[in-house]
Design a protein around this ligand. Structure first.
Ligand SMILES: Cc1ncc(COP(=O)(O)O)c(C=O)c1O
Length: 381
């Protein structure tokens, strides 16, 4: 399939709307919608006795699909509700010896700030790396904040405000030297950029942005090292394995706490979100089929063409365009027009963007084409 074929999976485009807000939420595509709604209709015709088996089959399949996108063993993954859940499960599930600290960055989205700040009640020191004049936290500033007591470095792979991409390989190197766990909020990058898991300890991601998937369904990748250190915070019946409820000890509440399942699956405490996982799996399959490197190339080409045309109207970007620092997000500014004026002018032309900080955040996806870029430039004040 070429990019025009994929574009046809987004029928909202027929309304004339251009959605450049994939860093907020993706419009649902028909392929992902059908992947959940068709089996849902089939479930309605199947006897309910088969549901638990169907849920398990769906979840096993989804685990393989997401593992295909991440290029990791399916056994390294847990399904979670959203990015926030994954970050909180790591924050609360680790032990925090006296004197330990966590390092995070200025400009993190609240879901990657608040779970760490909440640890202050347990005596954990939270260090926030200050941003430089460009609004970024470069690797050397992060290195300076780490010490041998740093248990976790928690970063967004791609910053939500202006799309600055962290050098995860360099951070992994720093963390390996200190014995620090590198925890990555990947929601602003995954689906737009290729990810190398090497040296990362946790990667958490919800489905509803660049992954082109559903709300309320996400996943958490765990390295073996972090997995071994992490205790489940939410302990439920699925944490420990399968149940038949035939033998006495299983049926009665006196049952001792059985051993936990091995691997990240023990973080799925109860009945899975089968519908969400169906949609997430299809989104992962679609992105794997296109190829994350090809998607990134397409996005950068769109941005380059857009910026070149917008420059004629006086627009510039405050986002880094360095190959290792850029992402799907572009922060657009103008010397005279405020971000609010620009967002409003685009909205009047049925083009959706948002203001983030003093800039307009543009977040197209791979199915946006040259004509979307041109229409956006034409609508700029
Ligand atoms: C960097 C970042 N992390 C997390 C989220 C959202 O987290 P959740 O999946 O928990 O809604 C967002 C945006 O909504 C984000 O930009």
């Amino acid at each position: 399939m070429n990019f025009d074929d994929y574009r046809a999976l987004w029928p909202y485009l027929e309304t004339g709307e251009i959605w450049l807000q994939h860093a907020g939420v993706t419009p649902l595509n028909t392929r992902v919608a059908a992947a959940a709604s068709e089996p849902m209709a089939a479930f309605s015709r199947a006897p309910a006795a088969t549901y638990p088996e169907l849920w398990k089959a769906v979840t096993d399949d989804a685990r393989r699909a997401v593992a295909g996108l991440l290029d990791c063993p399916a056994t390294r993954l847990a399904f979670i509700r959203n990015t926030s859940t994954g970050l909180a499960l790591v924050a609360e599930g680790l032990s925090w010896p006296a004197g330990s600290n966590v390092v995070t960055l200025s400009g993190e989205f609240p879901s990657n700030r608040l779970p760490w700040r909440y640890l202050e009640r347990r005596g954990v020191e939270v260090r926030t790396v200050a941003a430089n004049a460009a609004g970024h936290c470069p690797t050397d500033a992060i290195a300076a904040a780490l010490d041998d007591q740093t248990r976790v470095l928690a970063v967004s792979w791609v910053q939500f405000l202006d799309g600055y991409r962290q050098d995860l390989a360099a951070l992994a190197d720093l963390c390996a030297r200190r014995g620090t766990f590198l925890v990555v909020d990947a929601i602003q990058g995954l689906g737009a950029l290729p990810l190398d898991l090497d040296g990362l300890d946790a990667v958490v991601c919800g489905g509803h942005k660049w992954l082109c998937g559903p709300e309320g369904a996400g996943f958490m990748y765990l390295s073996e090292r972090l997995d071994a250190a992490l205790e489940p915070v939410l302990v439920g019946w699925h944490t420990v394995g399968s149940w038949t409820f035939r033998a006495g000890a299983e049926v009665r509440a006196e049952a001792v706490l059985p051993p936990f399942k091995p691997g990240p699956e023990r973080f799925e405490e109860g009945t899975p979100n089968a519908w969400g996982n169906l949609a997430l799996a299809e989104a992962a399959r679609m992105l794997t089929e296109i190829g994350p490197a090809r998607i990134a190339e397409r996005l950068f080409a769109w941005q380059d063409a857009f910026l070149e045309a917008a420059a004629a109207k006086g627009y510039t970007t405050s986002s880094s365009l360095e190959p290792g620092e850029r992402s799907g997000i572009l922060a657009l500014t103008h010397p005279r027009h405020s971000a609010a004026q620009i967002v409003d002018a685009l909205a009047a032309a049925r083009i959706t963007t948002v203001q983030r900080g003093a800039a307009v955040r543009l977040a197209p996806h791979f199915y946006n084409n040259e004509s979307d870029a041109q229409r956006t430039v034409d609508a700029l004040p």
